[in-house]
Design a protein around this ligand. Structure first.
Ligand SMILES: O=C(O)CCC(=O)C(=O)O
Ligand SMILES: [Fe+2]
Length: 278
């Protein structure tokens, strides 16, 4: 895969450390791919994880699913629900914490939003087939904070969400569907609770281990899981000065990120929400 370098300088004369000011970034994408990503709001990366690496992610998610089986059973029995959405994955399994600096995603987040980004969250969505249920999602976007009219000093919210698929996406598991360019629509709202098709939508099927990177406000939905279980991770980044995901209740108190933070360097702290602004 082609890479290129971006050298950022953060214009903050108060930053005392050289590595806070200068960022030399090896971006895992071409300038053309980034341009297309900005325009369409999505970028497909096939087979980012394969073999042993993919297996470790699957095993970790399966372990977590068993540990949280009560929540899983409640969510799975929901007839027209999203399925089971475990959150705070980096607090729960070491292999997930390794994704904090996964360059094929993080370098693109920094190329699109600047060097000062933080984790918004790492969660999963597991959907199950069943005679009497259709796990799927309605059309939605992730940063629902845009006002109409747009005020002169409106801060447009940006977020990169990497949808990482641990199983093949196909008609049995349910493709993901997106509306290209819809992240730029600041004057309209996604229709509520809608599962109908939209003319401009593009359905995406990818092999296991692939990622579909999206702008957090791209209109998207997951089509129904019909025949086999489907496991997905969402790895999200925002600028440092945006708040982390409000979903999923309080963060586990003694999760893995807590002890990790005690030893973390400045970049790692920033990625977990400590500093990186003002
Ligand atoms: O499962 C998918 O393909 C997408 C799920 C999704 O959009 C979400 O969990 O926010
Ligand atoms: Fe989503």
């Amino acid at each position: 895969m082609s890479q290129h370098q971006i050298d950022y300088e953060v214009l903050n004369s108060r930053s005392t450390k050289e590595n806070e000011r200068h960022w030399s970034l090896q971006v895992h994408a071409t300038p053309g791919e980034l341009q297309a990503f900005d325009k369409s709001g999505y970028l497909v990366r096939e087979k980012l994880f394969q073999g042993h690496d993919l297996k470790r992610l699957r095993n970790a998610l399966d372990r977590l699913e068993e540990r949280e089986s009560e929540k899983r059973d409640n969510a799975a029995s929901n007839k027209r629900g999203w399925g089971f959405i475990p959150r705070y994955l980096m607090d729960k399994e070491p292999v997930f914490l390794e994704l904090l600096k996964f360059q094929p995603v993080l370098s693109i987040a920094r190329a699109m939003m600047g060097p000062l980004v933080r984790l918004r969250g790492l969660s999963a969505r597991i959907s199950y087939p069943g005679e009497d249920r259709r796990h799927q999602t309605p059309w939605h976007q992730h940063l629902r904070v845009v006002s109409n009219p747009l005020p002169p000093w409106f801060s447009r919210p940006h977020c990169l969400d990497a949808l990482i698929y641990l199983d093949d996406l196909n008609l049995d598991t349910g493709p993901v569907s997106i509306v290209p360019g819809s992240h730029h629509w600041l004057d309209r709202e996604v229709p509520t609770d809608t599962y109908e098709s939209i003319t401009e939508e593009v359905e995406i099927c990818v092999p296991a281990g692939s990622a579909v990177l999206i702008h957090g406000n791209l209109w998207h939905r997951a089509l129904p899981t019909l025949k086999t279980k489907r496991r997905m991770l969402i790895l999200s980044y925002t600028p440092t000065w945006l708040r982390k995901s409000p979903h999923g209740g309080p963060q586990p108190e003694d999760g893995l990120t807590k002890s990790f933070l005690e030893e973390a360097d400045q970049e790692e702290q920033m990625l977990l929400g400590v500093g990186g602004y003002s």
